[in-house]
Design a binder for this molecule. Sequence first.
Ligand SMILES: [Zn+2]
Length: 450
Amino acid sequence: MDTNVKERKHKTSYYITLVILLVILYFAYQFYQANNFNEFIRSESNLYSSKFTRDDKIKYSDKKSYKISSSNFNDAMFYKKIQVKKNQPYKVTCMVKTNAVQAEQENSGIGAQIAIEGSTERSVALSGTQDWQRIELIFNSKNREEVNVGFRLGGYLGQAKGEAWFSNFTIEEGIAENNNNWKFACFIFETTDVTINGKEIKLKVTQSDMHDINDTINLFERSCYNLSNRKMTAECDVYQVDTPLSKLSYDEQYGYYVSAEDVEEQIKSTIATNKYDHIYVIVRLGDEEHENDIEVNDWIGLGSMDYYGIGFSNIRLPNDSKSYIYKYDGRINTFPEEVFLHEFLHSLERNAEEYGYERPELHDYQKYGYKNEALIGQKRWYTDYMNKNIKTTMGNIGLPEEIYKLKPAKNSNFEYSYEMEDQFKEPENIIEEIIEIINNLKSKIKLIFK
Ligand SMILES: [Zn+2]
């Protein structure tokens, strides 16, 4: 009898332990489910200040959504390392929903977005409170074989707070265009209306400016073809924008200039429906009356920038209405397209570097014995730069011929695309989930012992 009681006691405590264990397991699993970010790595500029959770209530599909909530301004993202082929266009998409997303400073590039960690490549950024919508990031892998694709609340341009939910991640590989016909969009802003240091400054582009710029753009098209020795063609579309230029960016070195984010509202629909490879924004930032009201440190053109991967340059009309910078005249200036060409070459210079080619700096003309000449400026330098014809003791240098076919990735590259299905695959059942947990643990242990 005694032994029987003992036996029963044993059994009861066994069951109690089992139940407790199951309850612990259940809560551990719940905790895991609410916090599991699969293979994504979390990153924040202010550590441990944003919350990364999985949300079963607010979701787009039957799977839990990935949520970032930042009660204070932060740049928070989760990313995954993706293997890519060199020089291929890629498109990443996801569904995103926002609640009260607010940027630290007003900028269309800050908010909920897809971004490549450590680069300026990004999708549109959503702010405020918006329902589920699809966003996409198109980029060219250039010289890279892996990229960290991230889903982000904040951005490289600044921090944000609020809540963002992400879901349904996809990535596809497109087909590069591989031709040398470049399409340029030239936006001429008819008016500038900005407030600088409390002073409202209104400026206008005159009819004679319009005339000069249009002529110059025609000359630019011909020069791209001729100076490159027919390695490329240029086709320019000119748009006169009547919505004023109302935002400017500031840089210590250059003073005021126009960033892509400053004019995104005015140019986005035109860019979205066309297949442009380069963008010019042509603006007036001063005139005889407002000579120094907008601080500009000696630049007439600025380049090397990009708008969603498309080269983006500023062309500033001279303050002096009698200037011949953009006017052809046989005795004063026979190369008025120089600034346009110079800024475009900055984009090719940047591309060449990002594709892993050696090339001289565009500003180094004097180092190789070239001069700024009367009438034609640096035309000889640009010609040799574009044809890899700059002579050095180590052989000829300049832009590689391939650069003319390496154009920015765009939506038309994805008509016949290949879906990289397993890149963002999530576990479908408990077995896959357990495998995933073990894999994640393995990689964490590896990280610790590295
Ligand atoms: Zn320059």
